[in-house]
Design a protein around this ligand. Structure first.
Ligand SMILES: Cc1cc2nc3c(=O)[nH]c(=O)nc-3n(C[C@H](O)[C@H](O)[C@H](O)COP(=O)(O)O)c2cc1C
Length: 131
């Protein structure tokens, strides 16, 4: 599964987690090909809930959309009538993550400092609420 996923596009010098730090489990989120226009919303709600539950149990996770879906379907013998929407990688976190509030709303690229701490820039709440 690992080789079919693309990790952290913004960390251009990093090839993804090394052996021993790779996810312990994956959840492949599927919807029927013939589905409602809400399937992306439903997938997002479920993915967020799974990750909140995992975090509460001390695990970490990552939603991954950059996946070789044809290869994963073949690997897992998934029915042709089902579409892969998202992959969730799960494991126990090996790195420290901090959230940085940003002044420039376009400055959303996550990065790692010299101590290996992973910084995730987030827009301020005031910018996200109109009026
Ligand atoms: C819909 C969606 C698709 C994503 N796809 C990928 C991906 O393919 N590869 C990846 O490394 N991160 C991907 N990410 C980013 C991570 O899942 C995560 O959101 C990011 O590292 C920021 O961490 P945080 O959401 O916990 O703050 C995606 C995020 C979202 C919401």
């Amino acid at each position: 599964m690992f080789s079919h996923l693309k990790w952290a596009n913004y960390l251009r010098y990093w090839d993804g987690p090394e052996q021993g730090e790779r996810p312990a489990a994956y959840i492949i989120m599927l919807t029927p090909m013939a589905t409602t226009r809400f399937h992306h919303i439903d997938t997002g709600i479920a993915a967020q809930t799974i990750l909140l539950g995992a975090t509460e149990k001390g695990m970490g996770g990552c939603m991954i959309a950059s996946a070789d879906k044809a290869a994963i379907s073949k690997l897992l013998h998934l029915p042709e009538a089902m579409e892969i929407n998202l992959v969730i990688a799960l494991g126990y976190p090996a790195e420290k993550v901090v959230i940085d509030e940003i002044d420039d709303p376009d400055d959303v690229e996550y990065w790692r400092d010299d101590d290996g701490i992973h910084h995730v820039p987030k827009r301020r709440l005031q910018e996200l609420i109109l009026n």
